[in-house]
Ligand binder design. Sequence first.
Ligand code: HEM
Ligand SMILES: *[C@@H]1O[C@H](CO)[C@@H](O)[C@H](O)[C@H]1NC(C)=O
Ligand SMILES: *[C@@H]1O[C@H](CO)[C@@H](O)[C@H](O)[C@H]1NC(C)=O
Length: 374
Amino acid sequence: MLLVWLSFLAVALFSLPVDGFPQATAVAPQVTAVAAKGGGGGERGGGGGTITGSGIPNVTDAKNPVCVPWYGIRDAIMGGIFQGRCGDNARAAIRLAFHDAGTFSLALQANALPNGGADGSLLVDPNEVLRSENNGLQNIVSLLKPLPAQFGVSPGDILHLAGVLAVLACPGGPVIPAYVGRSAPRNIAPTGLLPDPEDSVNVLLARFADMGFKSREVMALIGAHTTGKQRFVDPAAANTTFDTTVQIWDTRFCNTPLDTETADPTTVLPGTFKLDSDVNFATNPTTAPDFNRFIGKQDDWMSEYAAAHEKMSLLGFQAKDLTDCSEILPLAIDLKNLAEATTGKGKPPTDPVIDPVKLEAAIQQFRSIWLVSQ
Ligand code: HEM
Ligand SMILES: *[C@@H]1O[C@H](CO)[C@@H](O)[C@H](O)[C@H]1NC(C)=O
Ligand SMILES: *[C@@H]1O[C@H](CO)[C@@H](O)[C@H](O)[C@H]1NC(C)=O
């Protein structure tokens, strides 16, 4: 049992609980119920009973009957659309989750006005997706659009499960609780509620406050740009990325707006792009401490990001009205043991370089059933 566990652990790692010990329930000879540490801090994800070498929960071990159909839906999204990888579709799905939920407004809600929220309206309304702020999301929308009817579930559930799975498709991405049971969207989201990179820090923070987010939560959320590309801000530089490791959910993005190497916000590394809003967050006295506190702090960021994304996926809904189907989620791929060996002694580098061979081995093992053979 111990040997099985150790060799399992040796290749690629999922998150460990705070005390640093893997929680393996000993039902020899199988490795069972390893709780990936989700962002909310609870034991969530990977909880579907017996875990195979892939760490992907199997429907045959489903716990909650409500969640049974969601195993197949998980595979349709994670396999059929993302192919188990942090590619264009996964990245777009993360942004889509924000653009669907980010139209929520406490002020509109208080006045009983048509409101946005994590309702999946972007999958339903033919016009919302055509708005300029949603440029680049049309392809992922057309891929997800048939799923609600195909599986008989709501668009909000599909769209936000896709967001949660997309973060897990990106190595380093945390487990975010996955809820199901959202009702159908009631209206097209109002316009003018999504942030613009040219907005000032004050305007941006006010808009996020109207969604219900504190500044610190916004700084955690914005780290999603770790897997971002831009196409429409500067079309001449289409496909430039927000950090140098676009396929990895690391904290490297936090260094990028300021550029720790030169400490000069105007320096742009080759192939990368800095959104003005990200540079402003990293340098404005109000937001800089919270933005920069995640540099080199992968675990802190993973847990704070996951909590903020969970909240985002519930905007306009309440967890108590929904079912937590986190049991369907695969284990998070932890970057800790995927770093290249370093020669330095003592403190690990704040920004470890990921070894591509170890990274691919982790993907092959922990995302196995969804990968497409080349
Ligand atoms: C101040 C708030 C934000 C602003 C101004 C902003 C702006 C942008 C812009 C302009 C792009 C590039 C779009 C393009 O040209 O293709 C982008 C990409 C992206 N954003 Fe944000 N964003 C914000 C917050 C967020 C949040 C909260 C999330 C998720 C939690 C997020 C996730 C992403 C992702 C994943 C991409 C990359 C999409 C891709 O590569 O296809 N953003 N964002
Ligand atoms: C679930 O387990 C069954 C029976 O062991 C197996 O045939 C199937 O491939 C597994 N599915 C997944 C998604 O791992
Ligand atoms: C950007 O990437 C997409 C695929 O992700 C590709 O189709 C497109 O040609 C690229 N554009 C440029 C300018 O490189």
